[in-house]
Ligand binder design. Structure first.
Ligand code: BDP
Length: 722
């Protein structure tokens, strides 16, 4: 009797425990690496049979990571313990390694395949040999093995057939880098997910588990570099106290293939070096940077290099000494070259004298410098010429500097796309820029081909994403912000992936395999960026957001220290019409593009409607493609944006029960906020532009809820990220 009782209570305890495990709060911390047991019985059977034992021969810090990751991930996904061995007697096994680390792999004759995949690539193959069936992850380097392992895990996480693998994969771009705009006091410029991950105060002794999970997540999507500090730089990070802390992070990230970079404040020789000048041609300055770089490499032998914002928004730079951007970049490049480091010199510059059109500035300054940069310099160019707007035409520098490697800079953090509260899946935006045709070498000269070096034969290539990560438990504040981090990494590795496939993988790994859920949520994500464009800046409008914090609408912003920081400078609305004339009759920024593009975009009739008011100033009664007047079309676009948010809310509400309660509720609340934001954008912008157009909002559309004065009086305090 007693025994039965204790047996029963044991059963109860086990049941309770497992209930507790399965109902554990989904706080989003695990990102797309959740590794819960897979739902499909058939797939489980296949995976358990072929991957029940894992053979990894050899040892290195990276191979240790491979072993740990495979053990944890397979154990979770397969729902059974997985052994990692050096030798296996089993008939079917997973084997991972390089020909150098593993005699078994060496014996499998993969040389021809491996030759094609370079240092970071890998092959995944199913092989039969000696009466055994192998699932093979093979690469030329341990890092390649790690990337291959993550690829295999992704196949499992998305429940693919792995019985006959023939995968060969390598990155299209060499430097795939996150840019953290993190300050040493742990605030994050344009960060909406809490404070900086880097706990400088506790470094170097205290290595937060977060650093490891950050590295795992990044390695799983192929990111191989991280700039730890803000482009608005603090030279303190180059002092020994901080270099010791940076070293601790670099040591932590190294096994995951992630190199560390820092932002270099151009005036550092003065601020921390006690020199009188930072003139890039001054011998003392040259020697100072050389010594500083040597010192950094003593701490961090594989230090990646510097990212520099110079002569832009008040940052010091070579122009303070009448030197060029190339002089500045080459100064640092020269110091880094013997160590294998690179310089990422940003093209986001604008003059202290307000130019006739800020969109022209970067091209005007950089184009003449083409061919004058040292070999280890990349010029890092934002996707568009203004500033990460919800939609911009591609930056005219792409395709215009055939002798200088250009690096893409995307913004993952949603500074201008609803920050931490709006759902906007950014892969379609990244893809739009990458797919744009520069016509630099005739038709088909896409931005992607500029970036991957194939158009102009650059051997140095890179893509940077301004991070949206902070110390919020779920890393990105909005649960769907994780998708943008994920998509950036995947596209930096392979820009030919489609936004749909990336979304689909991410949803399955992050939320659920339920086909209905996957289809509907994917659909919702795919339209979400266009939705934001519609309720914020339709038809090519841009830079009409709230002052300073950039949250919410502010088309009325004027009379600020610089004209090009105001909204009226960009929309140019009058009683006659609206839009920025960038054709010959206006600023002629269009002339910075190839003749084919000029011909198409220069004429409002052939200009893609999404760029209409970017390039043209048009009368309110101008007939748009829908047949509506420009004013009515604006009203329809703004209203359509709000309707689409409501459609997203409906879609999400029907997913209740298909996803854990926590994240369901979070997204639901955020979508409610987004609907309010969208209405505010619509109402504020239409009421404001109506003061010029003097036309009614079409009868059939929802009317603004408040007066223009009300919207103009809103002044939110302590918006994060400033
Ligand atoms: C703008 C941001 C500002 C950044 C700047 C940059 O508002 O905080 O410092 O870009 O990229 O978008 O340097």
């Amino acid at each position: 009797m007693i025994r039965t009782k204790s047996f029963l209570s044991l059963l109860l305890l086990t049941a309770l425990l497992s209930l507790q495990l399965t109902t554990r709060a989904e706080d989003g911390y695990r990102l797309w690496q959740r590794y819960d047991q897979l739902p499909s019985k058939n797939h489980l059977k296949q995976y358990r049979q072929s991957l029940g034992e894992v053979m990894v021969q050899g040892s290195s810090p990276t191979l240790t990571v491979v072993k740990e990751e495979l053990q944890t991930a397979l154990g979770g996904l397969l729902g059974q313990p997985v052994t990692i061995t050096e030798n296996s007697r089993k008939k079917e096994i997973l084997v991972a390694g390089t020909p150098a680390s593993s005699a078994l792999i060496k014996g499998l004759n993969l040389e021809a395949d491996l030759q094609k995949v370079g240092k970071e690539g890998y092959v995944l193959v199913s092989k039969k040999a000696g009466g055994k069936k192998y699932t093979v992850i093979a690469a030329n380097t341990d890092l390649g093995v790690l990337y291959g392992s993550f690829h295999l895990l992704r196949l499992l996480q998305t429940q693919q057939d792995i019985s006959n693998l023939q995968v060969s994969n390598s990155p299209k771009v060499q430097h795939r880098i996150l840019n953290h705009w993190d300050n040493l006091d742990r605030t994050v410029e344009r960060g909406y997910a809490g404070f900086s991950l880097w706990d400088w105060h506790k470094l170097p002794q205290y290595i937060d588990q977060r650093y490891l999970d950050y590295a795992r997540a990044n390695a799983s999507i192929g990111i191989n570099g991280t700039v730890l500090t803000n482009v608005n730089a603090n030279s303190l990070v180059l002092t020994p106290d901080y270099l010791r802390k940076v070293k601790a992070l670099a040591d932590t990230f190294r096994p995951y293939g992630i190199r560390v970079y820092l932002t270099a404040r151009f005036s550092s020789p003065i601020e921390i070096g006690k020199l009188k000048t930072a003139d890039p041609l001054n011998p003392e300055v040259i020697a100072w940077w050389k010594n500083k770089v040597d010192e950094i490499y003593r701490y961090i032998p594989d230090f990646g290099g510097f990212l520099v914002k110079a002569n832009s928004e008040g940052q010091p730079g070579p122009q303070n000494y009448n030197r060029s951007h190339a002089d500045g970049a080459n100064l640092l490049a020269q110091a880094l070259a013997p160590k294998g480091g690179i310089v990422m010199w940003r093209a986001f510059v604008y003059d202290n004298n307000v130019p006739e059109d800020r969109a022209k500035q970067a091209y005007t300054e950089f184009k003449p410098l083409d061919g004058t940069f040292k070999q280890n310099v990349m010029v890092q160019v934002k996707n568009g010429a203004i500033d990460f707007q919800p939609r911009e035409p591609f930056h005219p520098l792409f395709g215009a500097m055939p002798k200088t490697p250009l690096m893409m800079e995307f913004q993952i953090t949603q500074e201008y796309l609803g920050q931490g509260t709006n759902l906007a899946y950014l892969a379609p935006m990244f893809k739009e820029t990458l797919a744009a045709d520069t016509y630099a070498n005739g038709k088909g000269s896409t931005v992607a081909k500029v970036i991957d070096g194939s158009l102009h034969n650059y051997s140095l290539t890179g893509m940077a994403g301004v991070s949206n990560i902070g110390n919020d438990r779920n890393w990105t504040s909005h649960p769907f912000g994780q998708a943008n981090w994920y998509a950036f990494g995947r596209l930096a590795w392979d820009h030919s992936l489609t936004s749909e496939e990336i979304a689909e993988e991410w949803i399955k790994m992050t939320f659920s395999h339920d086909p209905g859920f996957v289809a509907q949520v994917k659909n919702m994500m795919m339209g979400s960026r266009e939705t934001v464009v519609n309720y914020m800046t339709p038809l090519g409008l841009h830079h009409i957001m709230g002052w300073d914090h950039h949250y919410g609408p502010g088309p009325w912003i004027k009379d600020k220290p610089r004209a090009d920081w105001t909204s009226v400078y960009y929309h140019r609305a009058t009683e006659k019409g609206i839009g920025f004339d960038r054709t010959k009759t206006g600023s002629n920024a269009l002339a910075q593009y190839a003749p084919d593009i000029q011909a198409q975009w220069g004429n409002p009739a052939t200009c893609p409607e999404e760029f209409l008011l970017w390039f043209h100033h048009l009368p309110w009664d101008y007939k748009t493609k829908s047949g509506r007047t420009l004013w009515n079309e604006l009203c329809y676009r703004y209203s359509g944006g709000v309707d689409s948010v409501r459609a997203m809310q409906k879609t999400w509400n029907t997913q209740q029960g298909k996803v854990d309660k926590e994240r369901f509720k979070q997204v639901q609340m955020l979508l409610t906020m987004q609907e309010q934001d969208a209405k505010m954008w619509r109402d504020a912008c239409l009421l404001y532009f109506q003061t010029f157009s003097k036309r009614p909002i079409p009868q059939e559309l929802e009317k603004p809820a408040n007066t223009l004065e009300y919207y103009m009086s809103l002044d939110p305090k302590f918006v994060p990220g400033i």
